[in-house]
Design a protein around this ligand. Structure first.
Ligand SMILES: C[S@@+](CC[C@H](N)C(=O)[O-])C[C@H]1O[C@@H](n2cnc3c(N)ncnc32)[C@H](O)[C@@H]1O
Length: 226
């Protein structure tokens, strides 16, 4: 049964090849993977030289597809570590024929192997896993180790936009951004009761819909290097 499921996944992955880069880095030693650069030629892959944005932890791609379609002047690279999930995101992009969206299957710890320093114009972190247990805090996508990676790949003045439903994770993120030298703006404890609600930038993600249906407030911030 498991074999058939895996074969089915492989068939689906090969059906979206033009959208997807699968990094093999996880099989390697971390330092070897990071130090032996294998930069992706994004201009060639996208077929156009536009500012490159990242969404990290894109899930099934609802935000990525909507954001790329509404921002044809940018390139969006959606990063996700789970093959079973990213394949659905690629299929959605393919069905919708989105030209300025591509996907990188990788665990975000390794992205510097494929992405040049100071080449990214902005990062979206939408409903990242909160990893509530303290012993897993380093896995949170706003923990210091990740923020230091983002600092190296972001262009000067570029921003990170974060949304979450989890108050403890939001507080943790604010502390981490501050201690890593980021400044914060547009910090909201209930973004759907602010002007941002009616902005073109306010794209509701898959997880966001779930939490909104439960009546939970959505926390949001924008971070940039001072
Ligand atoms: C809670 S889901 C949110 C999905 C989507 N952003 C949304 O708002 O609907 C978090 C996603 O982040 C992915 N993820 C978690 N840690 C990651 C990492 N280190 N690198 C890449 N993806 C990661 C998970 O596999 C999962 O698909």
């Amino acid at each position: 049964m498991r074999m058939r499921k895996k074969k089915h996944l492989e068939e689906r992955l090969s059906g979206v090849e033009e959208y997807l880069y699968i990094s093999e880095t996880e099989d390697r030693n971390f330092n070897t993977a990071i130090n032996n650069k294998d930069y992706i030629d994004f201009e060639k892959w996208f077929g156009a030289d536009r500012p490159l944005f990242l969404e990290i932890g894109c899930g099934k791609g609802k935000f990525a597809v909507a954001y790329a379609k509404s921002h044809p002047d940018i390139n969006l690279l959606a990063v996700e570590k789970d093959s079973n999930v990213i394949v659905s995101a690629c299929e959605l992009a393919q069905r919708e024929g989105v030209a300025n969206l591509r996907f990188l299957k990788i665990s975000a710890e390794y992205i510097e192997r494929h992405i040049k320093p100071q080449s990214i114009s902005g990062i979206f972190l939408n409903f990242s896993c909160p990893f509530p247990k303290k012993k897993y805090a380093s896995h949170r996508l706003t923990s210091e180790n990740f923020l230091e990676i983002y600092k190296r790949i972001l262009k000067k003045g570029a921003e990170i936009h974060q949304k979450t439903d989890n108050m403890n994770f939001f507080e943790f993120s604010i502390e981490q951004f501050s201690s890593c030298g980021f400044a914060l703006k547009n910090v909201s404890l209930d973004v759907h009761n602010t002007d941002f609600e009616n902005s073109d930038e306010n794209i509701i993600t898959e997880y966001e819909s779930r939490f909104m249906n439960l009546g939970q407030p959505i926390y949001r911030l924008e971070a940039y290097i001072k």
